[in-house]
Write a protein that binds this ligand. Structure first.
Ligand code: C2E
Ligand code: MG
Ligand code: MG
Length: 762
């Protein structure tokens, strides 16, 4: 159950985690795409702005060129010179001398402008100022109009802007070439902030691909040179700005393909010029990843919290649900007290086991176990303790058997064990002995040390039956057999036991009606003094005459009455009847002391003091004429609990005798504590005296103990004169037995020992 619960909780948690992850992914992907696109757009815009700035710079250069070319006084002088077909070399020099200082003046406001060359329409230089590259590429007519390009110079590259010099009417008067230094462009390209760390900007010039990098100190150097110094491949950098519009692509820059980069190409408005920006991909998309990482972490934390909360909520809920389910089901199948299978469940298991046994043709045994004297413990120590004892017994039995054996409790102190696949029926006997042995050690319950035995009956299938009910009932019958034999033992079912059981059943039902039908009767056995043989008392002994006329002695039904709980009724009736009879005899002039046998259960369970008082009051018999017999066996087992009641009886004024003395093991110190006045020597010691030296010794010892403790003694079962003579020789005070008279009906007794009878005997 616990394992299933744990699995449900982990599955639910896993489900939440997986769902969370999927939802997270579904949310994160478009988010990532949007972010990435946004970033690319922003970068393209930024690159476009940069390209515009660069273009702006080039446009300014062209403006400067136009302004210089259109200075009117220079234009006029040039026009005049050109119109004179016979102008001399001197006049050309004079023109140059006129123009040079004025051109220098015009150049001064533009600090980037480092050189200028004015040519005549034929392309021959007229004036050269500042740094002008030596090897100038040839310029054709079309290019001459506002061409902007890069030209190599000694110190690096220069921006060359070409501007036509035109007359007022638009006639070509020649052209200017202006050379701008790299500072302005380099400053713009060398801007680490603009595209992030590690980003590089390259300017692509016309008549391409000449790439410029912003070098240290603001110099513009060919990109190839710089890139090669880095060990990078350059061919990709040089890809032409073919599309003519801004674009963002991805490229790997090294052989291994590790160095991923984002390339942004933006064409400048100046024809042929372009801006190339190279940004390390890692740094570029890092921002996106970073943002996503935060989102992912938030999702993760939420998922974890969700999973945790679910587990928290689900666990107790599951526990409740499974507990409840475990309990509809447990209480229907299992005994609430011991947790073992109950009768219904056991029956079902047994039925299934029988089907299996039938299929594979194997033997099966049912062991019916009943605790010995459990009722006494329950009654004397209380039901709560009895319950705890049953739980402890259940645990011990469970431990004594194999896991696959079905052990259950039928109710009360009855347990049933089903053994499958027996090799031979005798195996069941061995298991039964194992169960009995398991109960040998005392149980400690509520600080009480409790010894409890068990009687076990065994039925074996198919020999003793083939259905569950029959097998359990026959095992039960065998259990009764075991109890009747000696308790704390086991017995196999036999048909003879069934007969005995049937008899017990009929007797049980019969006994329940015996009282109301007045089938019980008391017989009286006289007790006499050894010296003089005077009858002083009579022991009342109960008999049961069944409707069929059979007379059943107490040896056959008292134990059954005790088991069936009938002993209290019977005991009260015996007390009342004996007292009534004694009082009747007393009034008739036969003053005898009547002895009544008490069952131990009457002393410990019921209100014996009250019962005796009632019997005396109702009959009017004086207490001194009543003696109560308790067996030595009971005295040993229950003296502590019974002692107070015995004292109570004694306070009523009745006499107490220990019956069957010598058969138990009561110690002298025990005996001294008991409020008894008389010991009755068990007839088993009398039957072999004189002659048996052991019995002779025992009888002598009992007599001497009684004398020392000041107790009266009655010897039971005296059957002949030699026994009586022997008792007399030892000084035994009193006796009863067939020699004097067997038990007689009240009428017979009165006839023989009544006034008339005594007179007759005399
Ligand atoms: P017990 O109290 O020891 O009674 C004496 C038993 O010995 C009687 O058996 C009696 O008939 C028998 N007996 C007497 N003299 C002789 C003899 O010379 N030889 C032999 N062999 N036996 C003799 P009974 O009447 O069958 O009673 C058996 C036991 O049943 C009694 O033993 C007593 O313990 C119990 N009992 C009898 N009546 C009652 C009763 O009303 N209540 C209770 N609780 N127990 C009773
Ligand atoms: Mg007796
Ligand atoms: Mg006796």
């Amino acid at each position: 159950m616990k394992r299933a619960q744990r699995r449900i909780v982990s599955l639910a948690t896993l489900g939440i985690l997986v769902t969370g992850a999927l939802v997270g992914l579904a949310t994160a992907w478009p988010l990532y795409q949007a972010h990435r696109q946004g970033l690319e757009t922003v970068t393209l815009m930024s690159a476009s702005a940069q390209a515009e700035s660069l273009d702006h710079l080039l446009a300014r250069y062209r403006d400067v060129a136009r302004q210089i070319a259109s200075r009117s006084e220079l234009r006029c002088r040039l026009e005049t010179y050109l119109e004179d077909p016979a102008a001399t070399g001197e006049e050309r020099e004079a023109l140059a001398a006129f123009m040079a200082p004025r051109l220098v003046d015009a150049m001064l406001p533009s600090p980037d402008l480092v050189g200028l060359e004015r040519r005549d329409p034929a392309g021959r230089p007229l004036v050269t100022i500042g740094r002008v590259p030596d090897s100038r590429p040839p310029v054709d007519g079309a290019e001459a109009a506002g061409q902007t390009r890069l030209v190599p110079a000694e110190e690096g590259l220069l921006v060359e802007v070409t501007a036509p010099v035109l007359s007022r009417e638009g006639r070509p008067l020649g052209s200017d070439r202006l050379y701008f230094g790299p500072r302005g462009i380099a400053e713009m390209l060398d801007d680490p902030e603009r595209f992030g760390e590690g980003a590089r900007q390259w300017l692509l010039a016309p008549s391409g691909p000449v790439l410029l990098a912003a070098g240290p100190g603001g110099a513009l150097v060919p990109a190839e040179a710089e890139a090669e110094a880095d060990g990078r491949r350059t061919e990709r950098l040089g890809e032409a700005l073919a599309s003519g519009r801004a674009e963002l692509t991805h490229a790997t820059l090294d052989e291994e393909g590790d160095d991923a980069a984002v390339l942004v190409r933006v064409p400048l408005a100046t024809p042929g010029w372009g801006l190339l920006v190279q940004i390390p991909a890692r740094g570029f998309y890092g921002v996106v990843y970073h943002e996503l990482l935060w989102a992912a972490m938030v999702v993760l934390v939420l998922m974890a919290l969700g999973a945790l909360a679910t587990a928290r909520v689900i666990s107790p809920l599951l526990t409740r649900i499974t507990d409840q389910a475990g309990r509809l089901r447990h209480s229907a199948h299992f005994d609430a007290l011991t947790g073992l299978p109950n009768r219904a469940y056991l029956n079902r298991r047994l039925a299934l086991a029988l089907e299996r046994a039938e299929e594979d043709d194997s033997a099966l045994a049912v062991l019916f176990l009943d605790l010995d004297h459990f009722k006494d413990i329950n009654d004397s120590l209380g039901h709560p303790l009895g319950d705890r004892l049953l739980q402890a017994v259940g645990r011990r039995l469970r431990r004594a058997v194999r896991d696959e054996d079905a052990l259950g409790r039928l109710g009360g102190d009855e347990f049933v064990l089903v053994l499958e696949h027996l090799h031979e029926p005798a195996d069941a006997g061995r298991v039964a002995q194992k169960l009995i042995d398991a109960l040998l050690q005392p149980f400690i319950v509520d600080q009480h040390e409790i010894f409890i035995g068990a009687s076990i009956g065994i039925s074996v299938s198919p020999r003793d039956g083939r259905d569950a009910g029959e097998l359990i009932q026959r095992a039960d019958t065998a259990m009764y057999g075991a109890k009747a034999l000696k308790r704390n033992t086991w017995m196999f079912y036999t048909p003879a036991l069934a007969e005995a059981s049937r008899e017990r059943f009929t007797m049980d039902t019969g006994l329940r009606r015996a009282l109301e039908r007045q089938e019980l009767v008391l017989h009286y056995q006289p007790q006499a003094r050894v010296e003089g043989s005077r009858v002083f008392g009579a022991e009342a002994l109960v008999r049961w005459t069944t409707p069929e006329g059979e007379v059943i002695g107490p040896g056959r039904f008292i134990a059954l009455a005790e088991e069936a709980g009938l002993i209290h009724h019977i005991g009260r009736w015996v007390l009342g009847e004996a007292c009534r009879q004694a009082r009747e005899w007393e009034l008739a002039g036969l003053p005898l002391r009547v002895a009544v046998n008490l069952s131990g259960l009457q002393v410990v369970q019921g209100d014996i003091v009250g019962d005796v008082r009632d019997a005396l009051e109702q009959s009017g018999l004086s207490p001194a004429r009543l003696e109560l017999e308790i067996t030595e066996g009971f005295v040993i087992g229950h003296a502590d609990e019974g002692l107070e009641r015995l004292n109570g009886l004694r306070r009523l004024g009745v006499e107490l005798a220990v019956d069957d003395f010598g058969t138990g093991y009561s110690s002298l110190s025990y005996l001294k504590r008991l409020p008894v006045q008389c010991l009755k020597i068990d007839r088993s010691f009398i039957s072999d005296v004189p002659g048996d030296p052991d019995d002779e010794t025992i009888v002598a010892a009992i007599l001497s103990i009684a004398e020392r403790l000041g107790l009266d003694v009655i010897a039971e079962g005296v059957e002949d004169a030699t026994q009586l003579d022997f008792l007399r020789s030892l000084g035994c005070p009193a006796y009863q037995g067939d020699y004097l008279s067997p038990p007689l009906t009240a009428a017979e007794f009165a006839k023989r020992w009544g006034t008339e009878g005594l007179a007759r005997e005399a």
